[in-house]
Ligand binder design. Structure first.
Ligand code: F6R
Length: 624
């Protein structure tokens, strides 16, 4: 999704903004741009002449490197600027549609994340008043609207505030003007803005990763808030014009966490981090000797959870797959009925939610627009909303009634890997906790915890042992056009996840299916060329999956099987076997998904795809 970076202070703005934009590249984008305000200095001694400044804008379709080339010869003396990476929504990726956009007079520049829904109505009115638009974007319309309010005694903040009162939709915006050359105005509704507080300098960003190397002190804007930022002050009010005092908070992410650390891609690094991220998801939450679990963020909600008539889980993409596994776990151990729904479907179909319902909202980023909207809808209808979120301080984390952080650290690769295993780990903790509050015995609780604690070592084992066979599979199947992934029980959502990973980064069409459903249709796809990945470790449905494997074999499908270390029967059924250690059924997804992540990674790499920034995708989908 789009990225925002801004700087005002005593240093050159350009390198800071470019470095910030590079940090945000992982979010996915198609164009980039920068606006710089330069004070005119008298007699060369950097004494500003009042209110005399120029606004320079450079922008292009393509990557930040291309923007860098474009601004190479510009004087680098600006100490105030804003930069943007755009992920197209209104208007195709092009130089003209790239941000920043200016108002009618060319004195204001704006960058914008989100969507202004009523932009065409506003545009019509402005066109009637003689405005001329260059781009197809909703953002340019907002720039012109701000321009309409600017002047006649109204300063930049007031103009932005009044304009935002007219718009319907979502925004994170940053605005500068050459007539107000000592400030940046930013505001948010539905799209994150974080302000980095420095020493005689301040920063803004849509994601703390962009500014973490400059300051660790930040202010998170809340929805409907606007901030006026100078080099030594940050003033915040609501869009309704009420002053608000914000706390300065410390960023928790570390610089090394957002760097590749010797790996070729973030995705590979993140796959290899899973022994420690799964351990971190459990840290401080497990009471081994009592066979029980403590989740501090749910402490105040235990009676309501225990008495819940139903649990709803909502999420998108990979988080949705983790939620499906969570359903199986919660129903097995806590015996509470669970409904899982795509957030994008939930919010638009008038779902039945009653006051006794508890909703778990699953999101790595904590910013996914559909997931956030589903949560708000459920809260409005009286449900208790609890987040299972990775990004600390994200909107879902703030707006939920409580929740559990997965503590996976920043996930930069667009394809989600470590967040998935941590989400599933947290679901296991939650299910054991609720189970123990109901009928799960201490002995069973202890056995589950023992198995959980063994997972990091077992993931390590898979990482160390599976790469050679995965490389062979990649060589053999790199030209395949289709893949089928099959699994049953706990491994059915893993089949969905394996297929999603393959299609999103290697662009091979893949489908995940419950293994037994195959004979109701997809079996027609199987011929001598069709690679079929079956997740068939020793679990409660192992024998059943063997029958499904035979069905594939009988039709000539090329079988790649994820099997348990000790499985002696599988070798003669499969063309390739990837081994994983044994664990209890419920925890198998945390192991069986690892080779599938590696398979998609190496397949994409072999096919020359951009692993960390796959085409058309964004890391966190902050538009509907
Ligand atoms: C796939 C992937 C996406 C996300 C989805 C939800 O690899 O990353 O499918 O899982 O966009 O994102 P979050 O979890 O941030 O809400």
């Amino acid at each position: 999704m789009c990225g925002i970076v801004g700087y005002i202070g005593h240093r050159e703005a350009t390198p800071i903004i470019l470095a910030g934009l590079k940090r945000l590249e992982y979010r996915g984008y198609d164009s980039a741009g920068i606006a710089l305000i330069e004070r005119h200095h008298t007699n060369g001694n950097h004494v500003p002449s009042t209110n005399s400044a120029t606004l320079s804008i450079r922008k292009c379709k393509g990557k930040v490197n291309q923007l860098e080339d474009l601004i190479r010869n510009m004087p680098k003396t600006s100490m105030l600027g804003i930069g943007h990476t755009r992920w197209a929504t209104h208007g195709a990726p092009s130089d003209i549609n790239s941000h920043p956009h200016t108002d009618q007079t060319g004195r204001i520049a704006i960058i914008h994340n989100g969507i202004i829904e009523n932009y065409s109505a506003i545009k019509e009115t402005l066109v009637e008043r003689g405005h001329h638009f260059e781009s197809e974007t909703d953002t340019e319309v907002l720039a012109h609207l701000i321009g309409e309010f600017y002047g006649d005694g109204r300063n930049l903040t007031e103009a932005v505030r009044l304009a935002l009162n007219e718009v319907i939709g979502a925004y994170g915006v940053a605005v500068v003007s050459k007539d107000s050359p000592d400030e940046i105005v930013c505001a948010r509704k539905g799209s994150p803005i974080v302000i980095g507080v420095g020493d005689n300098e301040n920063f803004i960003a849509s994601d703390a990763a962009a500014i973490v190397s400059y300051t660790r002190n930040v202010i998170y804007l809340s929805d409907n808030e606007i901030a006026t930022i100078t080099r030594d002050s940050v003033k915040t009010r609501t869009i309704g014009d009420v002053e608000v005092t914000k706390d300065v908070e410390a960023i928790t992410i570390k610089l090394e966490e957002i760097e590749k650390g010797g790996y070729e891609h973030f995705m590979l690094k993140e796959i290899h981090e899973q022994p420690s991220t799964v351990r971190d998801a459990m840290r401080g939450r497990v009471i081994e000797e009592e066979g029980s679990i403590v989740l501090g963020g749910l402490r105040n909600h235990l009676p309501r959870l225990r008495n819940a008539k139903r649990i709803l889980i909502t999420a998108c993409g990979t988080s949705y797959h983790a939620a499906l596994i969570g359903k199986y776990m919660l129903e097995q151990l806590a015996q509470i009925p669970v409904d899982v729904e795509y957030a994008s479907e939930f919010r638009y179909r008038n779902p039945v939610v009653t006051e006794g319902d508890v909703m778990f909202v699953i999101s790595q980023s904590g910013e996914t627009a559909d997931t956030l909207a589903a949560m708000r809808e459920a809260k409005r209808k009286g449900a208790l909303a609890l987040g299972i979120v990775n990004v600390v301080g994200s909107t879902i984390a703030r707006e939920s009634d409580g929740g559990v952080y997965i503590h996976a650290g920043p996930e930069i690769g667009v394809a989600s890997t470590k967040a998935f295993t941590s989400q599933v780990t947290v679901f296991a903790l939650l299910s054991i906790m609720l189970g123990r509050m109901k009928s799960l015995s201490v002995v069973d609780g202890k056995e589950l915890i023992r198995a959980l604690l063994a997972l990091p070592g077992q993931i390590n084992q898979i990482l160390e042992s599976s790469e050679p066979v995965i490389q062979e599979i990649v060589k053999e199947f790199k030209d395949a056009d289709h893949f089928l992934y099959l699994g049953r029980g706990y491994n059915y959502p893993v089949a969905l996840e394996g297929a999603l990973k393959l299609k999103e980064i290697s662009y091979i069409h893949a489908e995940g299916y419950p293994a037994a459903e195959m004979k109701h249709g997809p079996i027609a796809l199987i011929d001598n060329d069709m690679p079929v990945v079956v997740i068939a470790p020793h679990d409660d449905v192992y024998e059943k999956v063997l029958s499904n494997i035979q069905e594939v074999r009988a039709r000539g499908g090329r079988l790649i099987i994820i099997a348990s270390d000790s499985d002696k029967r599988i070798e003669k059924l499969a063309e390739k076997v990837i081994r994983i250690p044994e664990t209890i059924s419920m925890l198998l997804p945390i192991l069986s998904v690892i080779p599938l992540q590696l398979l998609s990674y190496y397949m994409a790499r072999e096919r020359g795809a951009n692993v960390d920034q796959p085409r058309n995708l964004a890391k966190s989908v902050t538009v509907e």
